[in-house]
Design a protein around this ligand. Structure first.
Ligand code: GLN
Length: 299
């Protein structure tokens, strides 16, 4: 048993027999604690550096006491409700891994819809100027910047901690055509040397109403409240973004916004009232209204 284990890439060679634990033993203990199997494998993989395939094919791999302790702390935090993305420090979006911290909203697959719609709208424009307001981890701005290397992308956030996460992700993923500005919505651009008129403005702003019970449930309890809710009716920031957009959009430029499943009609009304043309709403994979937008007419 020990001889077999010593052939495996165990991180600590001088384990005393009492402190020996293996992947299989650790996973069994986590299962008894009530942690779902997938989450247990993700945490063990994260702490040991073993891939999820290796957890199956090398389940006699030795785990030393310090790593076992780290795994049990992560498991306890998970069982207390902390989101997996914060425990692992990362989440996938559009096929790439983004670093996330509790300073930013956890990337949602729903937001891929906004990115796809945005890329469609700038398909025929050369070197488009793009603005992503309230960028958080930077998923929208960075995915657009990487899909369109000719684009000049600006990412803003009112939180310096969030902007640091976004810039770290931009650097790690090689989005060199992205710049950042700190501040509230269009106010962030006041001091920055940003273009006056953008071809595309996108945002996934805080749109959950203060009274929405979801704020007290699941992952949302651990996410920054300022990234989730406007502490109002859910439309306050959406309204501010729509109202300010015509002044910062080029002729025929597009504004695209993510919003709640029940806000499509309200956002279309805001866009129409602000003079936008071609106003539309698109549905996410679950069939919910998730993203609305419009074009600033040429004249
Ligand atoms: N889509 C997120 C949720 O419903 C909210 C994101 C946001 O407010 N921008 O959990």
């Amino acid at each position: 048993m020990l001889a077999a284990r010593s052939r495996l890439p165990c991180p600590v060679s001088a384990l005393s027999p009492d402190s020996l634990s293996t992947v299989a033993v650790t996973l069994a203990a986590l299962a008894r604690s009530g942690l779902p199997a997938l989450e247990a494998r993700m945490l063990v993989s994260h702490a040991t550096g073993l891939s999820r395939v290796q957890l199956i094919t090398q389940d006699t791999y030795g785990i030393d006491e310090a790593v076992r302790q780290q795994i049990s702390e992560l498991a306890a935090r998970r069982l207390a409700g902390e989101p997996m993305a914060y425990l692992l420090g990362e989440r996938e979006f559009f096929g790439r891994t983004f670093k996330v911290t509790p300073a930013v909203l956890i990337p949602r697959p729903d937001t891929e819809l906004l990115v796809e719609q945005a890329l469609d709208r700038i398909e025929d424009r050369d070197a488009p100027d793009v603005l992503d307001m309230g960028t958080g981890s930077g998923i929208i701005a960075i995915t657009i910047a990487l899909a369109r290397r000719d684009a000049r992308v600006w990412a803003t956030d009112a939180s310096a901690d969030a902007l640091a996460v976004a810039m770290g992700n931009a650097q790690a993923l090689g989005a060199t055509n992205l710049r950042a500005a700190l501040g509230d919505w269009y106010g962030a651009l006041a001091e920055a040397d940003a273009p006056h008129a953008f071809d595309l403005i996108v945002s996934n702003p805080p749109y959950i109403a203060a009274t929405d019970e979801h704020l007290g449930q699941g992952d949302l309890r651990f996410e920054p409240a300022s990234a989730l809710t406007d502490h109002d009716d859910g439309l306050r920031h959406l309204r501010a973004i729509v109202t300010g957009a015509p002044a910062r959009l080029a002729a025929d430029g597009w504004l695209l916004l993510e919003h709640g499943y029940d806000q499509g009609e309200a956002v279309r009304t805001l866009l129409t009232e602000a003079g936008f043309a071609d106003v539309f709403t698109a549905q996410d994979l679950a069939g919910h209204d998730r993203c609305s937008g419009g074009r600033r007419p040429a004249a």
